[in-house]
Design a protein around this ligand. Structure first.
Ligand code: NAD
Length: 418
């Protein structure tokens, strides 16, 4: 496990620094910047839960609404021991920029419960989810704030959230996205973030004149985002040479059979114990001699302590904030092409938007339509970031922030917030 060197800033400090430098370049009004520097609303709740052994544990729950100028707040709920206020604030601000960049009519939010889902039984997780939902219910709503899955949560968690909210307010499937399809979830939502990651990678390869068959890919994290990114990259012809979960990684320089790895994991196996390939550590995965690295796990996975070891010359940020600012600067100076999180992993929120609209209209789209509209939107966003970056000779992250912050600032001004 990587620890961030003490000299490196992480989390919300980084987010504010990036916002401020973007605001300067955009010549943003001081009052607008003041509004954007801090989240609009932060709620901390206790989440007391009766455990299976009869004892009571009190978890810490948070919902942060960063900015709602462009629409209802939108953002995932993370169940993780490190989901503290700083982390959730950072993720909420990323959602504001992400939604603006891909032009979906949402503001940015995020939620978290500080717990380790791996240590909780299914019935304990159900009770944690219900109590957290009840305690934030007065802040969320189909036109106010719509949660979704993130690390440590999934479609089942969203089903429990929808049910707990429905007990208070009546049947409201549009209160969450990323639900099971049988409860009003959208076809294509589960794969959407990973699919968006690969769509962006394909566009980039096209621009660089690189043939996917020659581009070896390593994916850190084999949860929702990582496993779908690996599977879709494999289907698109990229040799996926390594994948990992928190316990370790598996590597085959000729390319893994990702469907077989999925089956092995679904049968309860560890990624690192996949037969027929070599077990390596997560640190070794990050430094493999591959062309494309896709961090799809935790934040701050790549820091100045390990960025010199990264050999891939393309990084697609499937995770949120997988690079510290210092590591980002060092790698950019070395010429590594980094596709920023607010573009690379926006497929999830794009299809969440489709799910929300389907719930409101009480109508279901075919999966082909979902995937087609996702491709159109994320490709458009990629094009505008890529064109601006090339025109101004700036990294893609800078280009993405210039576009996103400008849109949010325009909405703030037009609505007369300030
Ligand atoms: P998940 O809980 O489904 O999976 C996380 C995976 O990362 C697991 O395989 C876990 O074992 C692995 N992991 C955790 N810590 C690790 C470590 N230190 N080293 C290596 N592997 C580690 O989570 P997810 O939904 O796939 O989210 C992954 C990332 O993508 C997060 O940063 C999340 O914010 C971001 N994201 C998710 C979505 C979404 O739709 N789920 C959308 C946008 C962004």
């Amino acid at each position: 496990m990587v620890t961030v060197p003490a000299t490196e800033t992480t989390g919300y400090d980084d987010a504010v620094e990036l916002l401020e430098s973007t605001a300067e370049e955009l010549n943003l009004r001081d009052d607008v910047l003041l509004l954007l520097r801090r989240p609009h609303r932060e709620l901390h709740v206790q989440v007391p839960v009766r455990m299976d052994d009869g004892s009571v544990s009190v978890f810490s729950g948070i919902r942060v609404q960063h900015n709602g100028a462009r629409g209802p707040y939108k953002g995932g709920v993370r169940f993780h021991p490190e989901a503290d206020l700083d982390e959730v604030r950072t993720l909420a601000s990323l959602m504001t920029w992400k939604c603006a960049l891909v032009d979906v009519p949402f503001g940015g939010a995020k939620g978290g419960v500080q717990c380790d889902p791996a240590q909780l039984s299914v019935s304990e997780l159900n009770r944690v989810t219900r109590r957290y939902t009840q305690n934030i219910a007065h802040l969320i709503g189909i036109n106010r704030d719509i949660p979704a899955p993130d690390m440590g949560t999934n479609a089942q968690t969203m089903a429990w959230m929808m049910d707990a909210y429905g007990q208070l307010e009546g049947y409201t499937p549009g209160i969450v996205t990323g639900k099971p399809v049988a409860l009003g979830g959208s076809l294509g939502r589960e794969a959407a973030t990973g699919r968006g990651v690969v769509l962006v990678l394909q566009q980039l390869c096209r621009d660089l004149g690189r043939d996917p068959k020659t581009q070896s890919v390593a994916v850190q994290g084999f949860g929702n985002v990582g496993s779908w990114a690996a599977r879709i990259a494999d289907e698109a012809g990229f040799p996926v040479v390594a994948v990992s979960d928190i316990t370790g990684a598996t590597y085959d320089e000729t390319g893994l059979d990702i469907t077989a790895v999925m089956n092995h994991v679904n049968d309860g196996g560890l990624v690192s114990e996949f037969p027929g390939a070599s077990a390596i550590t997560n640190e070794e995965l990050l430094s493999l001699p591959c062309d494309v690295l896709i961090p799809a796990a935790n934040g701050d996975a790549i820091t100045t302590a390990n960025c010199d070891n990264v050999r891939a010359d393309i990084i697609i940020e499937a995770a949120n904030h997988p690079l510290t600012t210092e590591a980002d600067d060092a790698l950019t100076q070395r010429g590594t092409l980094i596709v920023p999180d607010i573009l690379a992993n926006a497929g999830g929120v794009i299809v969440s938007y489709f799910e929300w609209t389907q719930n409101i209209q009480q109508f279901r789209w075919e999966e082909k339509q979902v995937n087609g509209e996702l491709a159109t939107r994320i490709t458009q966003a990629y094009r505008s970031v890529s064109d601006l970056s090339r025109e101004r000779r700036i990294p893609m992250r800078r280009g993405a922030y210039l576009l996103a912050v400008k849109r949010v600032a325009e909405a703030i001004t037009m609505r007369g917030f300030v």
